[in-house]
Design a protein around this ligand. Sequence first.
Ligand code: FES
Length: 62
Amino acid sequence: MYVCLCRAVTDHEIRDAVEEGAVHVGQLAERWGLGTGCGCCRETAQQVIDQHLAETLGIAAA
Ligand code: FES
């Protein structure tokens, strides 16, 4: 599903970015511009990051 409609970024792409080292939504902004349009996706994107870190890498969400 699309998390960022303005920049057409999906949850799958965000999870891939986490596996490549992303831990903060700001890194997704640098990579794709996520959150730099209307900005309403930033909280959801961070939740996708935190959830994927917790589930796959064993890092507890902050
Ligand atoms: Fe991501 Fe608008 S939905 S910036």
